[in-house]
Design a protein around this ligand. Structure first.
Ligand code: 3HC
Ligand code: NAI
Length: 692
């Protein structure tokens, strides 16, 4: 039973009770129909209220049921809404907190709707690659008008209930207790006949054809590879061009079409992946967290400044510690400038600007940060410097403070060992620019306390990051994988490609930026520095020397005005470089390699399957908890195309046996050792299974 049935005088109250968001799964749908039948059969009942327990009226259809028999099992959502709409007694939806998707569709099937202020009203289906499939596209235009409904359906964004007061969506906005107000409303309308139905409302929009054509053009231009937004326009168009029942049929057919698309499956995967990432099997959900009311950041450079901004944006005061006044002034000035730019663009109010800038202060003294609840170290990437800093932190920080390092390559366990409190040490690997990028890799040391992990995961949500936990290894999840991708990119250059061909092929696949444009943006010297270490530590791993030759030419990327591409002053556009292309061709000749024409398909397969194979090792070693965590790292930190769901999800859609087939083909070529299949990948492929 996932809905409760109660009688209050002459009113039956059906309360959805399916935590956490009263999703309309099969059991809940059945319980609503049962409640309706009970109320209709009871002569003492004159009106029926539908509401939700806990923190939602309803978050909509149960997304977990999609593509399973349960989604269509009777009573399906259409049947439930038909039962409600055909009721001979008035049905009132009493709405609070969250009323979304199928929840809003159910509410629009009711005769009346009352709500309290502050409820989030939305048809967010488009964000899951689908469209409202239970009448939302036909009923919302009838209550809100064509334009507003179209905006809400195409964007999927929530609108606060009080902003919709005065529309036909709400009959009353209730002040005070919702249930008391709803009961009073129900008693008032109990005998009113005929019963009003949203389906009977006429949409008045004389020049609708021009509006719809304009909408089609705009939405098409904005929706990229996703088919759903344009289908939303078509469905809304049907609300005005077709009879109600035909419109419902049309909407249904589009819904069925969309729910089966890979794009929709990818978006749903990302929705659940984001939420799964904050859960660790051995850290119970009720693990106590430590309060975080103040933050310290050590080092106000590129990363430290961005990291500090995240906390200030969330209203948490931050102290930045630098060694010299000059560096501190520079760091604080950069932060101020960043906020000023946002202010100038109109994306920040003056009040918020002042508040945020005011929350970030600087110091040169460790005494000033000793009471911070968490300290994030972002000093130079050098174990000696980290040692000095962590020994000092161990000495001065209050007991219970979390000691976090933003290191991108160093061993967090070694850093923890510099202190006498390794349980308090954790890695927080932000991505550059740290105030913009969504990803936060949370590096779990061997001794990191569970409460420290739980606190850091909660904190990542607070600062609006996607926190993904990684074990300790060279490069953690993201950079360890990208190394294999970069190696392939280098080999492609040796064998016949030029940078722009590789970048174009992978950008066409959907990556935000190809490896060479990315290298120029991040700085090619970073990879050079890491490779030089590898040549000593892991001489058996082969790399193309083209990237080293590039750095020897002083072409570090945009910061030196030249990298894989040429740049013009004040212009970030990458222009193919004759000098670099000549260098690449000459290097092939020096190696005695006969350059060949390489297809875009080969480029994409070699780059993406290199990621997938390394990810399989990462998963097998327990560095990542689950395949979807790896997908979240790539979707939020590396520009992997969302519509493909992340590398692991993509490999699943290609079929793991096909991935192995392609890898075996490349294993026969030069540097074939890179294509040794990870045991987990080979095993899943042989068993016909998937990662996710
Ligand atoms: N179905 C199944 N589970 C859902 C769900 C849904 N519609 N909406 C949320 N959940 C689950 C989440 O997976 C999460 O589960 P977990 O605790 O096991 O990780 C839990 O509910 C809480 O979710 P959030 O962490 O997102 O909680 P918030 O309080 O931050 O947000 C929310 C609540 C605003 C409802 C947000 O979860 C949300 O936007 N949900 C999606 C709403 C949606 O897209 N609805 C449309 C569904 S499709 C539909 O209705 C089709 C119909 O037209 C036929
Ligand atoms: P940066 O060189 O821009 O900034 C480092 C800052 O630390 C400088 O302002 C310096 O004055 C200060 N500093 C050095 N030693 C100090 C000490 N003992 N006490 C206090 N301040 C000190 O370096 P960046 O790029 O910000 O990197 C910082 C850390 O973040 C490194 O560990 C790096 O590996 C990591 N990282 C860097 C990324 C990037 O893209 N730049 C991405 C992710 C992680």
């Amino acid at each position: 039973m996932t809905a409760e049935y109660q009688i209050n005088g002459a009113v039956a109250v059906i309360t959805l009770n399916n935590p956490p968001v009263n999703g309309l799964g099969h059991a809940t749908r059945s319980a609503i129909v049962d409640g309706m039948q009970k109320a209709l059969a009871d002569d003492a009942v004159k009106a029926i209220i539908i509401t939700g327990a806990g923190t939602a009226f309803s978050g909509g259809a149960d997304i977990k049921e999609f593509n399973s028999p349960k989604a269509l099992a009777e009573p399906n959502l259409h049947t439930v809404i038909n039962v409600v709409e055909n009721s001979t007694k008035p049905v009132i939806a009493a709405i609070h907190t969250v009323c979304m998707g199928g929840g809003l569709e159910l509410a629009m099937g009711c005769n009346y709707r009352v709500a309290v202020a502050g409820a989030q009203i939305a048809l967010p289906e488009v964000k899951l690659g689908i469209l409202p499939g239970a009448g939302g596209t036909q009923r919302l235009p009838r209550v809100l008008g064509l334009e507003m409904a179209l905006n809400m359906i195409v964007s999927g964004n929530p609108v606060a209930s009080e902003k919709l007061a005065g529309t036909a969506l709400f009959n009353e906005l209730i002040e005070g207790d919702l249930m008391q107000g709803a009961l009073a409303f129900a008693n008032k309308v109990a005998d009113v006949r005929p019963l009003p139905k949203v389906r009977d409302i006429k949409i008045d929009y004389p020049n609708y054809e021009a509006f719809l054509q304009f909408s089609r053009n705009t939405v098409k231009a904005m929706s990229g590879p996703f088919p759903a937004p344009l289908k939303c326009v078509e469905a809304v168009a049907a609300a005005i061009t077709k009879k109600f029942d035909d419109g419902i049929q049309f909407e249904r057919s589009l819904f069925i079409e969309l729910v089966q698309t890979t794009e929709s499956k990818a978006l749903r995967h990302a929705f659940f992946g984001e939420r799964a990432a904050s859960k660790l099997p051995d850290v119970p959900e009720d693990t106590p967290t430590r309060p975080i009311k103040s933050v310290a950041v050590i080092g106000g450079g590129t990363m430290g400044g961005g990291i500090a901004m995240n906390f200030a944006n969330a209203g948490i005061p931050v102290k930045i510690l630098e060694m010299k006044q000059e560096a501190l002034d520079k760091g604080l000035a950069t932060i101020r400038k960043n906020y000023e730019n946002t202010l100038k663009k109109g994306k920040l109010t003056q009040q918020k600007f002042e508040q945020r800038v005011g929350l970030i202060t600087g110091t040169l003294s460790y005494d000033d940060i000793a009471q911070a609840d968490i300290v994030v170290e972002a000093v130079f990437e050098d174990m000696g410097v980290k040692e000095t800093v962590f020994k000092k932190l161990d000495e001065v920080m209050k007991q219970g403070a979390i000691l976090a390092s933003n290191t991108s390559t160093l061993d967090v366990d070694k850093i923890a060992a510099f202190t006498k409190r390794p349980q308090d040490v954790i890695g927080t690997h932000f991505f550059s620019p740290a105030n913009v990028m969504k990803l936060l890799e949370i590096v779990r040391g061997a001794k990191t306390g569970k409460d420290v992990l739980a606190t850091t995961l909660a904190l990542s949500k607070k600062i609006k990051k996607t926190g993904v936990v990684s074990g300790v290894c060279d490069g953690f999840i993201g950079n360890r994988m990208i190394e294999q991708y970069s190696r392939q990119a280098g080999f492609l250059l040796e064998q016949g490609c030029l940078p722009e061909q590789v970048d174009k092929a992978i950008e066409k696949f959907g990556f935000a930026m190809g490896p060479f444009r990315m290298g120029d943006l991040a700085g090619n010297d970073i990879g050079w520095y890491i490779r030089k270490r590898r040549y000593v530590e892991k001489p058996e791993v082969t790399y193309s020397k083209t990237a080293d030759l590039l750095c020897e030419m002083g072409r570090y990327g945009q910061k030196t005005g030249a990298g894989w591409y040429d740049y013009k002053p004040g212009d970030r556009k990458a222009y193919p470089s004759q000098v670099v292309n000549d260098m690449i061709v000459k290097h092939s000749a020096d190696l005695g390699i006969e350059r060949r024409k390489i297809s875009d398909q080969e480029i994409v397969e070699r780059l993406v399957f290199a990621l997938v194979n390394e990810a399989a090792y990462i998963l097998e070693e327990g560095i990542a908890t689950r395949a979807s965590d790896i997908d979240m790292v790539y979707l939020t930190g590396y520009g992997f195309p969302l519509f493909r769901g992340g590398p692991m999800f993509y490999a699943d859609t290609v079929g793991l046996p096909n991935v192995i087939l392609a890898m075996n083909k490349y294993a026969k070529g030069p540097h074939g050792d890179a294509w040794k299949a990870a045991p987990l990948l080979a095993k899943l492929a042989a068993e016909g299974k998937t990662f996710n």
